[in-house]
Write a protein that binds this ligand. Sequence first.
Ligand code: F6P
Length: 360
Amino acid sequence: MADFKRIGILTSGGDCAGLNAVIRAVVRHAVEHYGWEVLGIRNATLGLMGHPPDAIDLTLDTVDSLLLRVGTMLGTTNKGDPFAFPMPDGTKQDRSQDIADGYSKLGLDALIGIGGDGSLAILRRLAQQGNMNLIGIPKTIDNDVNMTELSIGFDTAVNIATESLDRLHFTAASHSRVMILEVMGRDAGHIALTAGIAGGAHVILIPEISYRLKSICEIIAQRQRMGQNFSIIIVSEAVCGEDGCKITKDLHGNEQRLGGIGQYLAERISACSGAETRVTVLGHIQRGGIPSPRDRVLGSAFGVAAVDLIAENQFDRMVVWKNREVSSVPILDAISDYCCVDPNGTLVKTARGLGICFGD
Ligand code: F6P
């Protein structure tokens, strides 16, 4: 058995379904198999920054019944870069040393950070600078973390988007409408592509493939000529307008929040095809929902593998899902790029093979 250790775990960035399955797996494996202690750090790096640090003991009891729970029991944030942390007086301060101090004050031997590429890059920089033993676990509904085929939360988000398409299908047919479903995926079209195939969309629009409005309207007209009076379009929030710019809303300072491409397209499609259009923006609903079995299994596998890496003293690594197995890669490899949809990949070919239009 490996020596006694006290390990910390935190969730960082946007929440998603399956995070609690990871926390549960880490605690069960660390406590039951290795006899270690696990501390849950609250609200991502904010918990380590506090004086005293904000952490709770995670016991087998605390993680009971966690598989079904959505969100993260530890809390999270996707704001407040510790290297330029917004202070109450409006200035920005480098708080990275506070985080390293928090890690030592808690007496941690290692830290498991669950995050997307942005969070993992910040955590790695903190770990390098503050001598922390870090293991990364990829999560994001966007599924754009490099080096892993799957990230926690993606499968549940796809299930929710697919179910939404299923629900839109018959109301679209009843009213002879063009229904547009706008889904998340900040830089990548994985949710739109996967749910679009599963949910029988007629048009899939993703940021990786440029579209022309004319092509979309032609498909709608072609379907009408064939007696199919409705069409279903799924569009990723990251798709640009015709001027090549992303559609954003609610700008606060430098913050750009994506949203609005569905409405943008609806107005133009209606004008050019004469079809009646309606828009559904799925938004944060995609991050809720009971975690799918696949996300629960992935979270469990990642949690167990992360603890084993610590037992083997292998740090600065991220667990990945590849070829039906969990393995690990240097975190640096995972954060040095991100994984968008391959326009020549299997899923795009599948969609094209089914006659689904990408608007190109
Ligand atoms: O990265 C996950 C994600 O859900 C994106 O798909 C989306 O653009 C963004 O986070 C939304 O962030 P927020 O929770 O800050 O609105």
